[in-house]
Write a protein that binds this ligand. Structure first.
Ligand code: NAI
Length: 297
């Protein structure tokens, strides 16, 4: 089976470099019309130039694909809406939104300014919400959509010095969990990517041998699948990197139930190992399911 995106319009944010560029190239090579969004700043989000997006558009066109550039920031509601407007003005609609744009301002929390905290949260979390919010009415009206949010093992598992980034990267998972429920009946599916790739964001952390295994284009097949009509999954987190693809899932321990009397602090202390033991665990798909299990109904 060959997966194609003919007559589909895709927005890829932050597509001027790294992973976003690879996602945009793959989608375009399979027939998607692509809005290549990128304001073209540095890794910390400072500065900007049109060359980043223009270069990727040129690459797509040179390979026979269709693409237009957009230089707006995702991190402001008006400019984010303009990214969606670019898709509509250029190609008539939008079917696919890949929220990939990202910045880093790593510092231990002790040294992190609230400005650096806010900026990173704004690009990753609010930016994802702003772009998706502008596209949502179009996807809903046409009863079709594929949305990808970009999470990270930093948010899911933790990285020293990334309180801002890690927080924002898990925030998009919470965002996805709600939109999974709201989008399903409109055939709008939303999934989260947890990539590992050698890009300008990560290259200083890795050796040349490791970097070669971690080419961004090894991640993009997962993203393109999640953007395809063939994908019927929604609301999951997918790890992808170095040719490894795997779903990530939360689980909750069976735990301990104290009933018939008010639980005490000592009940918790005496049972803490059992409360923490996930060898018998459960997976919930909605908050309601979890609450029902906790209440014991
Ligand atoms: P990158 O720095 O090569 O690409 C990020 C792109 O986002 C850049 O082209 C940048 O100009 C753009 N961007 C920054 N602020 C923007 C804004 N306000 N509006 C629109 N675009 C903006 O980095 P990379 O590695 O390709 O990152 C892509 C995504 O994957 C990011 O969300 C990142 O957090 C995430 N990620 C990457 C990992 C990796 O191993 N490379 C690991 C986990 C997550």
């Amino acid at each position: 089976m060959t997966i194609r995106f003919d007559n589909r319009v895709a927005i890829v944010t932050g597509a001027g470099n790294g992973l976003g560029r690879a996602h945009a190239l793959l989608l375009a090579s399979r027939g998607a019309k692509v809005v290549v969004n990128d304001p073209g700043g540095a890794v910390d989000g400072k500065g900007g130039n049109h060359a980043a997006a223009d270069k990727v558009v040129d690459e797509i066109k040179a390979a026979g694909g269709q693409a237009v550039p957009n230089y707006d920031s995702v991190a402001d509601p008006k400019s984010a809406a303009n990214i969606v407007k670019t898709a509509v003005d250029s190609f008539g609609t939008v079917d696919i939104v890949v929220n990939n744009a990202g910045v880093l301002r790593d510092k231990t929390f002790h040294n992190m300014t609230t400005e650096d905290f806010d900026f990173v949260v704004k690009v990753h979390f609010q930016g994802t919400a702003y772009v998706t919010h502008a596209a949502w009415p179009i996807l809903r009206a046409k009863a079709y959509g594929r949305v990808v949010v970009t999470s990270s093992n930093s948010g899911i598992y933790g990285t020293f010095g990334q309180a801002n980034y890690g927080g924002a990267k898990l925030a998009v998972v919470g965002f996805m969990n709600a939109l999974r429920l709201e989008g399903q009946k409109y055939n709008i599916f939303i999934n989260a990517l947890a990539p590992v790739a050698a890009t300008r964001m990560t290259e200083s952390l890795m050796t040349p041998e490791v970097l070669d295994k971690l080419r961004p284009e090894f991640v993009s097949p997962m993203v393109a699948y999640l953007c395809s009509e063939q994908c019927q999954r929604t609301g999951d987190i997918w790890s992808a990197g170095a040719g490894t693809f795997a779903r990530i899932e939360y689980r909750e321990a069976e735990g301990v139930r104290i009933i018939g009397r008010a639980p005490t602090l000592e009940d918790v202390a005496d049972n803490i190992e059992k409360i923490a033991d996930v060898s018998a665990s459960r997976v919930f798909r909605t908050s309601g399911e979890e609450v029902a299990a906790v209440v014991g109904s």
